[in-house]
Each structure stands twice: as C-alpha cells, then as structure tokens.
Design a binder for this molecule. Sequence first.
Ligand SMILES: CC(=O)SCCNC(=O)CCNC(=O)[C@H](O)C(C)(C)COP(=O)(O)OP(=O)(O)OC[C@H]1O[C@@H](n2cnc3c(N)ncnc32)[C@H](O)[C@@H]1OP(=O)(O)O
Ligand SMILES: CC(C)C(=O)C(=O)O
Ligand SMILES: [Mg+2]
Length: 517
Amino acid sequence: MRRVQFFDTTLRDGEQSPGVNLNAEEKVAIALQLERLGIHVLEAGFAAASPGDLEAVRQVSQAVKGATVVSLARAVPGDIEKAREALQGAENPGIHIFLATSPIHRKYKLNMTREQVLEKAEKAVQMAGKYFPHVEFSMEDGGRTEKEFLCQVAERVIPAGADVINIPDTVGYLTPAEYGEIFRYMKEHVRGIEKVKLSAHCHDDLGMAVANTLAAIEAGAEQVEGAINGIGERAGNTALEEVAVALATREDHYQVATGLHLKEIGKTSRLVSKLTGMPVPGNKAVVGANAFAHESGIHQDGMLKNSSTYEILRPETVGVDSTQLVLGKHSGRHAFQDKLQEMGYRLSEEKIDFLFSRFKELADRKKRVEEEDLISLVEEKWGGEEEIFTLETVQISYGNRSVPTASVRICDHRYPQALQEAACGNGSIDAIFKAIDRVTGEVMHLEDYKITSVTDGKDALGEVFVKLRQGDYAVQGRGVSTDILEASARAYIHAVNRWVSRSTAGEGKAVSVFSGS
Ligand SMILES: CC(=O)SCCNC(=O)CCNC(=O)[C@H](O)C(C)(C)COP(=O)(O)OP(=O)(O)OC[C@H]1O[C@@H](n2cnc3c(N)ncnc32)[C@H](O)[C@@H]1OP(=O)(O)O
Ligand SMILES: CC(C)C(=O)C(=O)O
Ligand SMILES: [Mg+2]
C-alpha cells in the first residue's frame, strides 16, 4: 500500500489563528502528544517571528526525538539563520522555506518578476541545504499560480537541494478537481520530480480543505499538511485528524497507509483545544462532542439493533467518548426503555408507557434529558402511594406591584371532571398552594420548602421538596419540572396525595419519601 506522510503545522499555521498564542511549554506539550499520534514532520513555529518563537522551536526540537522538527522561514538569509539557531542540537532538524509564486503575490506583495522569484527561491534553498538535512520549499499561493511557472520553480529548487515541494492553496480557493489536477500536471511535467515528495497544504475558506487534501492524495501527493481541529489562519487549515480517519475508514478507496496511531486523536484534539482556547464545535467531524451521539428515535432504534446502521466508525478507534444515545424530544420508546434498563430500573410496560409520555413532555421543554432527570421522573411517580390528584395546568398572574394570582386545573380521579380553582397569595407559590387546597379540600400547613437544581444549565430541572403538616402528622412530597412554579405545584400535590391515601388507609402518621430524611 502507498504511504503518505503527515506534516503537522498546529504550532505554526495553527497558531496563526487570531487570538492564539502558545508559549514554549505549551508547544512542547502539544508536540509530544503529536509525536504519540505518530506525526512524521512537525512544524514547531517560525523562528524569525520573535525571540519567544525561536525559543519555542528550540525547546520543541530538543524534546521531540522521533519526528522531524522544522521551522518556517522566508526566502531570506536572516530567517534561515534564525531557523538554524533554533534547531541546533535537534535530533531530526529541517527547514520549511516559502516564497509566493502567484501573479497577484508577485505583483502586489513582493513586487518581483518571475525571474527574481526563481532566483530568490533557488538561493534560499541552496543556503538552507548547507545547514539542514531536510529542506521543504513551498510556493505560497501555489493554487493561484500558473501551472507552468509552478513547474519552473520546482525545476530550480529540486537541483538546489529541496526534498519536499509543497503547493499550498493558501487562500482556500480551489476545487478538489482543480487542486488534484495541479499534482498530476507537476508529476507529468517537472524534470526530477521523482527525487522529491509533493506536499498538499490547504485552507478552509470555502470549506473544501479536507476534500482538496484528499484529492491531492488521489493525484499522487506523498505528504499532507494541516492542523489538529483544523485551526489556522482565517477559516483554518486542513483538519489532519479528518484526513487520517478518512484514509483509514475508506482504505478500500484510497489504498493509503499513514502509520498514525488513531487512538491518540481524541486526546490530541482535547489538548490542542485546551491550550489554544479554541473550542471544538459539537458537530465537528471525528472529534466534535456530537460526532458519536444519536438523538433521534429512529437512529437510536437502529443503533440498538446494530451500530453499523448509523455509525461508519467506532469512537474507540479514535479515542473519543463512546457512542451516546442522547435522550431528547426526538427520541423514541426503544432508546428510553433501554436507558431505564441500563440504569437498573425494571418497570412494567404500563409504567414505561406512562413515564415515556411524561418524558416527552419534559423533552419538549428541555434540550437534553439527563440520567438525573430520569431518576427524578421515575421516583416522582412510583413512590408507591395511590395518585388521587393529578395536576393538569397551572397559570400564574404575577407583577411586582400586584397581588399574585394562581389558577390550577386538577384531576380528581374519584370524579369524572377536572376541577379548576384560583387563589391569591403573598407570592406566586403561596397562591398556587392555596388554589390547590381549594381543589383538594385539604388545608395543609406548609412546614418546609426547598428547591434544588437537578441538572446543569439554564434549562435545568428544578426539584421542589415540600413538607406539609396537619396536626401531629406530616407528609413530604417532591416535584420536578424545568419550571420551578410547576415543580412546586407537583410537589404539593404529591404530598397531598400521600396525605389523602394514608389517611384513607388509616395511616395518618409522619411519612418520608426519602430514606433518612
Ligand atoms: C501563508 C503564510 O502563512 S506565510 C507565514 C505567515 N506568518 C507570519 O507572518 C507570522 C510571523 N511573521 C512575523 O513575525 C513578521 O511578519 C516577520 C518577522 C516575519 C517579518 O516582519 P517585518 O520585517 O516587520 O515585515 P512585515 O511582516 O511587515 O512584511 C513582510 C515582508 O516580508 C516580505 N516577504 C513576504 N514573504 C516573503 C518570503 N517568503 N520571502 C522573502 N520575503 C518575503 C514582504 O514582501 C515584506 O517585505 P517588505 O518589507 O520588503 O515589503
Ligand atoms: C507558509 C505556507 C506553506 C502557508 O502556510 C500557506 O501558503 O498557506
Ligand atoms: Mg498556510
């Protein structure tokens, strides 16, 4: 199988992401992790950019033992000297020299003729070859350069000593077909091309960096460049982990080996995200939090029957969190039941039906239903006592200068019709409780009221805990909802149900929902 080399520029082009600044220690930590991933060439920085970056390149090159470590340099002696200084003592040093070749860059940026570009490139590579065993030359903005000029530049830098020639699509402009065509053209037309590796370096301005890189591989590129999580200048670089995983998953198509340790991808991605401060979007391929999460009922059902229905890749292959069947409003009964079983609940079909409808009501109001939410749902309902009153609706009228009024609609299961009552109170909760008392005919004294958040986030479930008393006897109840007023109504009705069912059973004594409370 053909082999493709991976060149990582997270520490150089990746660090060019606006707002990112890695110090030497952080660069070393990322470099060592990239080595564990099996990266072949590691661009540690741009030594001439600043004394700090020179020092970072130096420290990375001292720490890394296997991979080749390179510094970027313009085609000027000063930059080459700085790279040399930084890489003295490195086990496998290299240099990456670049010079723009496109008409736009020649005219507006460099103010150079084609001949001047050819000469400058040749001289720089010759000089670098005296110091470095490995010299890569990049034709910046190669994607917008005349093809025959790319060939001319290559034919000057190959004899000068370059062993890798990189053709960057610096501004992410090309389509995959166009980019692949450049590699085919150069392979066919450049004298001595067999002496060098051709490298692909893409940017994601039009969202085509990974596709372009894969197209270059199909067209014969022997090296690919990019950054972990696709970070980099503007819209970023090719996400190297995506290329690696595409090549492995579609080995049947690409017939390319990388030698990378894919299991290290998750860890590498998390480290880069943490140290650069650039979060990974949830829907990002391979390493996004949702890359192996399934929310919709039909997909979850398929996954439970056989994971190949909706997963082309196992999360453990790339060292990220295992597949998750996320419960939300799109989930179905299969996934719901499976989750309850996994949590240790053994419930009858009838109970599951009831809980599933409560779950759907909750999921309509909450983005994600967590395990704690399920525990609350199950335990709220299945406390053992008979349910006489069920809350249907609660409505509040509240203003900071008016008296709060609550209206509740409650089913009393002993009668065919739901009952509705309204009451005013000192506050919204007091009004709700008074309205409930009117429906139930039980006048309870509220002895304790506590509210806690069951889950995280603004849409967290609130759990309300009440203790009601009549004479010597007390009951406790609990209610759960994303809305604390509704949770309060549920808790109160739960306690009243206990009160009524215990007193009808002749058990009017203090009871507690929670053991130990
Ligand atoms: C596509 C890429 O990612 S290329 C890499 C981009 N990365 C960076 O630029 C990060 C580090 N850069 C820096 O710290 C600074 O730009 C430095 C230290 C390299 C240079 O700083 P300065 O000397 O102040 O120059 P400045 O950045 O303003 O301008 C760049 C100069 O380099 C020239 N230049 C640009 N590319 C090259 C090149 N490959 N070879 C030779 N000269 C070049 C420009 O034409 C300009 O020259 P001029 O001053 O004669 O007009
Ligand atoms: C320095 C070169 C290789 C570069 O980053 C680009 O052209 O995008
Ligand atoms: Mg780049």
